[in-house]
Unconditional design. Structure first.
Length: 186
């Protein structure tokens, strides 16, 4: 058993770019629907009006900026946390993939919401909160296995990011709602 409080804080801090990607996508979003307005064979939108390229690209890039700030802060502070990479380029690659996979998982959640007949913006606790974090964990584990094992490979880290996701998602959406960036508080 390692140092449990440290593993919790480390998993939380290093996963912040994945959480931040969603509210950051709200800021840049709203232009150019990712499904190009097209319908699925079931007659409903493939992803819906809530998933746009401007949100996907802007959210991913801003999330990686957040990741780079965490990377540099940890370096300057001499933090014992696992670094995102062995240098700036590999750290940037990891946090960019973290943002992209988080918003890809978010789009998968929307795809599933549309298939069960939920309108864009409808509240669907599990489909709003879990696909983005699970897909991010899958992709990071495939492409950055060493980092993933060090941060999430101990069950404390893994449970931390999964269990903290629903309250984080809720808190962030309430903030977005108050700031009027989002239409609804979920
Ligand atoms: N957004 C975007 N592009 C993305 C993700 C989000 O433009 N790839 C913007 C949209 O304006 C969206 C808002 O952020 O309405 C909130 O995101 P989210 O809650 O994920 O989307 P919903 O509108 O709730 O749609 P869905 O039901 O498909 O989740
Ligand atoms: Mg929503």
């Amino acid at each position: 058993m390692g140092n449990i409080p440290f593993e919790i804080v480390q998993a939380f801090v290093l996963t912040l770019p994945a959480y931040a990607a969603n509210p950051l996508a709200v800021i840049t979003g709203g232009h150019a629907p990712m499904d190009f307005g097209r319908n699925f064979p079931d007659g409903r939108r493939i992803l819906g009006k809530g998933k746009t390229w401007s949100g996907f690209i802007g959210g991913s890039l801003l999330a990686s900026v957040a990741g780079i700030i965490i990377y540099i802060s940890n370096l300057l502070l001499g933090s014992p946390m696992v670094p995102y990479g062995s240098g700036f380029a590999s750290a940037f690659a990891l946090v960019l993939v973290m943002g992209v996979s988080s918003l890809s998982g978010d789009a998968i959640g929307s795809f599933l919401k549309r298939r069960i007949g939920l309108e864009s913006g409808a509240n669907a606790s599990l489909l709003d909160q879990l696909p983005f974090i699970l897909f991010m964990l899958l992709i990071i584990t495939v492409f950055f296995t060493q980092f993933s094992m060090a941060v999430y490979g101990n069950l404390v880290g893994l449970f931390t990011v999964i269990l903290i996701t629903p309250p984080m998602h809720r808190a962030v959406n309430i903030i977005g709602f108050r700031m009027r960036g989002k239409d609804v508080p979920w």
